[in-house]
Write a protein that binds this ligand. Structure first.
Ligand code: BGC
Ligand code: ZN
Length: 367
């Protein structure tokens, strides 16, 4: 069976690997779900892994099968599986339990173990294969009517968790009624977050560098948000024009923007960091005293967030559905760049470098 794998730590090593067919019985307690892969999304994390900056192979293996954003169809289930059945569309969570108390209560997404297990990213093979098996615990059903957006289930789970974390943490304030949000970054996470914050009634400014954003701007505006090029209007200038945001979701992939965002947050505001930055960038001349003082006097909150558990997948899928009826046909415009088949791994990853591509994904099979 065909798969796309890399040699972690080696630059541009993606290659077509041959894997044994998955077996339902390899999952204990009759809890196996055999899934035939329909689509696999590719994102900046896959890019970093293929650049040798991030990711690790399963212990005892020298390759890592890529792919952590999957949409598939159930082919077979073990006798103790009840929530999905043959023919259902589905997606899969990414992180698998480690040894901590958080993992034991189904919160693998907040494991406190330094070693985390993520399919297609760290220590576990991913979904960029023709078929795979997993425990029913990690398989999430996607409704028939959302099959055209199913490949966005994982990214939208990451957004759902980020938003949830802000609202949960802000319960510290007893009342929090955020009005104005900045979303930094107009990649898939930025765009989906824009939609989800609009669904929650916020005024949203989505900030990205491009002066010529074309489709990104159209999508932001179709969701009722405002697209801002930071080359024309830097974040501080925007804040002085439209007000300081109560909520900032940072999703540029650039750590300096994460720190820049600290300088514009409103009193009592929440800043959510989502960028996974595998590089080694430093910033100089950060106004540390000023930011520290403002954060203390303003009771501000910073929360880092990663991954999503099955509850976040469910919330994200609900939001995709509500987004479809609220902004019909908009979200599918994110799906710019389908690639047929697994035969050209470097070609697949190369598409990430084209800034005009919002979502690169591979059509692996047909329903
Ligand atoms: C994935 C998350 C994962 C994170 C860190 C992201 O690209 O979408 O599921 O937890 O990378 O590895
Ligand atoms: Zn990802």
């Amino acid at each position: 069976m065909k798969a796309v794998a890399v040699r972690p730590g080696v630059k541009q090593s993606a290659f077509v690997a041959d894997l044994p067919d998955p077996r339902l019985e390899s999952i204990p307690n009759g809890r196996g779900v055999l899934v035939r892969t329909l689509q696999v999304g590719v994102d900046a994390t896959d890019g970093e892994i293929n650049e040798g900056l991030y990711g690790a192979a399963p212990k005892g293996d020298d390759k890592l099968v890529l792919g952590h954003e999957v949409f598939g169809i159930v082919e077979a289930v073990g006798p103790n599986v009840t929530h999905v059945t043959v023919g259902d569309y589905c997606t899969c969570t990414v992180r698998r339990p480690g040894p901590t108390i958080y993992d034991q209560i189904g919160r693998n997404d907040i494991t406190s173990h330094h070693e985390y297990y993520e399919r297609g990213i760290n220590l576990l093979h991913g979904f960029m294969t023709e078929a795979f098996v997993d425990d029913a615990e990690f398989v999430v059903k996607v409704p028939q009517g959302l099959k055209h957006l199913g490949v966005l289930s994982e990214p939208v789970s990451v957004c759902a968790k980020g938003i949830e974390q802000a609202y949960l943490a802000q319960q510290r304030l007893q009342v929090w009624e955020p009005r104005l949000a900045f979303v930094t970054g107009a990649g898939q996470i930025g765009l989906l977050t824009t939609m989800m914050l609009r669904l929650r009634g916020l005024e949203v400014y989505t900030l990205a560098r491009s002066r010529n954003p074309g489709l990104k701007q159209e999508i932001v505006e179709a969701y009722g948000g405002h697209y801002i090029s930071t080359l024309d209007t830097p974040m501080e200038e925007l804040a002085s024009k439209v007000g300081r945001p109560d909520l900032i979701i940072e999703a540029t992939g650039a750590s300096h923007v994460a720190f820049e965002a600290m300088q514009v947050l409103n009193l009592n505001g929440a800043l959510v960091w989502t960028s996974v930055t595998g590089g080694d960038h430093k910033i100089q001349n950060f106004p540390a005293d000023k930011v520290n003082l403002e954060w203390v006097l303003g009771n501000k909150l910073l929360v880092g967030t990663v991954n999503g558990n099955r509850k976040h997948f469910a919330q994200g899928i609900n939001d995709l559905a509500l987004g479809e009826v609220t902004y019909p046909g908009v979200t599918e415009r994110i799906l710019t760049t389908p690639i047929d088949g697994l035969d050209d791994p470097q070609g697949i990853l190369h598409e990430l470098e084209n800034r005009a591509n919002l979502k690169v994904y591979v059509n692996v099979g047909t329903a």
